[in-house]
Design a protein around this ligand. Sequence first.
Ligand code: ARG
Length: 423
Amino acid sequence: KERTKGFSPFVNVGGTAGYKPVPLKKRDGLVWFFDIKGGEQNMGEKKVVLAYSGGLDTSVAAMWLTEQGYEVITMTADVGQSVDLEKAKNKALHSGASKAYVMDLKKEFVKEFVWPALKANALYQGAYPLNSALSRPLIAKAMAAVAKKENAGAVAHGCTGKGQDQVRMEVCTNALNPELVVLAPVRDWHFSREAEMEYAQAHGIPVLATTASPYSIDENLWGRSIECGILEDPWNEPPSDAYILTVDPWNAPDHQEFVEISFEKGIPVALNGEKMDGIALIQSLNNLAGKHGVGRIDMIEDRLVGFKSREVYECPAAITLITAHKALETLTLDKKVLAAKKEMETKFAELTYEGYWYSPLKESIDSFINTTQEYVNGVVKVRLYKGQAVVRGMKSPSSIYQMNIATYSEGDVFDRSNWETSC
Ligand code: ARG
């Protein structure tokens, strides 16, 4: 019997119907407007908010939507990617946009998305820290907020029809404000890359074909995703030009380096004893661990749209932090909680991957995970060396490890008589 190579790409985007997201308006004093629904709205049918990266796809999308008679307002999210935001803004305005928003979402990204994922040790298929997947619900939220502010009836994204980013943007938008229409010009028009470039040139959009990356890249504080081109053949080793945040472990320093990470309730708060905010902590760790080649991931991933794809990631801080956090949990959580949490972690990662960030199940899992993190306090010493982050020591005020019971040396207080009959 012939093996099926995948399933037909049926995407159920209706699963969050009826779900009412918790109002997140100015939660914890963050300067951020989450007032997405409600109020008298007369949503402009021909006004659209486009998620804009500054790249070719979204620039062509801006121009194309303008030509279709839309007033286009762009929203560029700063989630810590290495992009000149001022340039992106100007480019948007040269690509037909009537207004260009650039929103610094780094703080919200870390607090509301990255830390919950870290608490859940979230790794899709045991390997991918979900860096790209985690930014989508935040971008969808920012888009919905701008749409509300600008009285726009639609949002648009530049995702192709082959990945899960389109699904995430649509499922999340639906959960946040089902009245918004979601447009996907890049998915619908079937332009080839060459045709896009021609279109851009004809419309005066600056294209830097020579510097165009041979890969599809998505980047933020939690890591960098690299896809397409030569990577599509799983036999090909990723070329060195695919990486920016990490060195090849082969070329990494010949000496080890230690980093001590302090956690409070599952969240990292200091590096080597120095207190830092989340953004600075992740950035420093990206540098430190990246220098030692830590955090390269090369995997065959099962996409939501029904096929396997070869994916390369570099996530130095994410891998180091997840390694440390997981270890600290073994010291501070009991056996049964650890076992149940493992199941929740898998579910959390799958839901995030599939775009169900704003969903009842995901919120229930969050509650469970937050309860467990009460005791995840302490310091983990990690050795960075030639592509590996290895835990070399840990201590915790909430440790439930009892040395006087575990010891095989003098001072042993373990009562063996308890087990004489049962072992
Ligand atoms: N495969 C990853 C995911 O679906 C990475 C997506 C990266 N996006 C991109 N446009 N390159 O989460």
